[in-house]
Ligand binder design. Structure first.
Ligand SMILES: [Zn+2]
Ligand SMILES: [Zn+2]
Length: 324
């Protein structure tokens, strides 16, 4: 790892539970892609490849079906936000590096302990290599008991305290910040059943925010001020946008938000880029793209001239925070 880097990679972007693509999803992508093809596109292997490469992400690929997990390589450290099913994929990837030799160290920050944010932990292979060091951070009481509970013998054959790696549980409840070399991490409580915390990571003047699972009720309410303050000026805000706007109203108190609220909040906090995240598991990629197009129109209508950039989080996507 480059010790000067600040890279963000998405490994799990779905909310609530993993939702792999099914045959009907693949068929819909194929039919839509073929409608765009001309005979010239299909002529040679090279033209077919070039045609596929030219297609939009939702036709040539998929946004992903794993639950919450984002990996940061920052200042020479591996920081991981949430241990959803995407953590399994990240673990396999890390095995090619020092974690495969039992010389890796990772810092796993949990937003909360709902299943979709911890279910990948038992499948994170670096835990099963002697010599690795994994620090797990969270603000919730009885954090270790919760993780042990998930792996009680009734539910999983390997217990949480039998890992070969050195595992440390670090409570953030009585701390205000966590400093790892030149990297500073702070956190803020969100509005979600069972308490959820967002995290802010700062390094070399750039700031990343991981803000999953939260409901923002009344944008005019002063209770939102501390959250806006916490998000202020972020270079990248990863934001829970599980619902459409209408569903966000219908599902009041379910603890989630929408892309439209995300735009309101990002504009208010002068965020530079927002990554919509924790996608609803029942939405196809077509629906995600449709909502995203509507959100672009919304930004144009209410934030004309705003430099805010927006993306849909996609598994495998890496963003370089130091390159704007
Ligand atoms: Zn969730
Ligand atoms: Zn949750």
């Amino acid at each position: 790892m480059n010790p000067q880097s600040f890279l963000v990679t998405f490994y799990g972007v779905r909310g609530s539970l993993p939702s792999p693509m099914v045959g009907q999803d693949v068929r819909e992508k194929l039919v839509n892609a073929l409608e765009l093809a001309s005979p010239a596109h299909l002529k040679t292997a090279a033209s077919r490849e070039a045609f596929v490469d030219s297609l939009p992400a939702h036709l040539k690929s998929c946004y992903g079906g794993n639950s919450s997990c984002v990996h940061l390589q920052v200042g020479g450290h591996h920081l991981i936000f949430d241990g959803g099913s995407g953590l399994r994929v990240l673990g396999n990837h890390l095995l090619n590096q020092e974690f495969g030799k039992g010389r890796g160290e990772a810092h796993l920050f949990l937003s909360h302990t709902h299943w979709d944010h911890i279910m990948g932990i038992p499948f994170f292979v670096p835990f099963y290599r002697k010599g690795n060091k994994i620090n797990i951070y969270g603000s919730h009481p009885r954090l270790k008991e919760r993780l042990i509970g998930q792996q009680s013998f009734d539910y999983f054959p390997v217990s949480f305290d039998s890992y070969l790696a050195d595992v440390d549980i670090i409570s953030l409840a009585n701390q205000k910040e966590c400093v790892l070399g030149d990297v500073r991490i702070t956190w803020h409580e969100m509005n979600h059943p069972g308490q959820c915390f967002s995290y802010r990571v700062e390094y070399k003047g750039k700031s990343f925010i991981y803000a999953t699972d939260s409901e923002y009720k009344d944008l005019g309410d002063k209770s939102l001020k501390p959250t806006i303050e916490f998000f202020k000026g972020a270079d990248l805000l990863v934001f829970d946008s599980q619902y459409t706007f209408i569903e966000g109203v219908e599902k009041e108190d379910w603890g989630h938000s929408s892309t439209f609220i995300g735009v309101d909040i990002a504009l208010e906090a002068k965020v530079k880029k927002i990554a919509f995240y924790h996608h609803e598991p029942t939405y196809s990629d077509f629906k995600l793209v449709h909502i995203f197009e509507q959100t672009k129109k919304y930004l144009k209508a209410i934030g004309a001239g705003s430099p805010l950039k927006m993306i849909l989080s996609q598994e495998g996507l890496t963003l370089d925070m130091l390159k704007g």
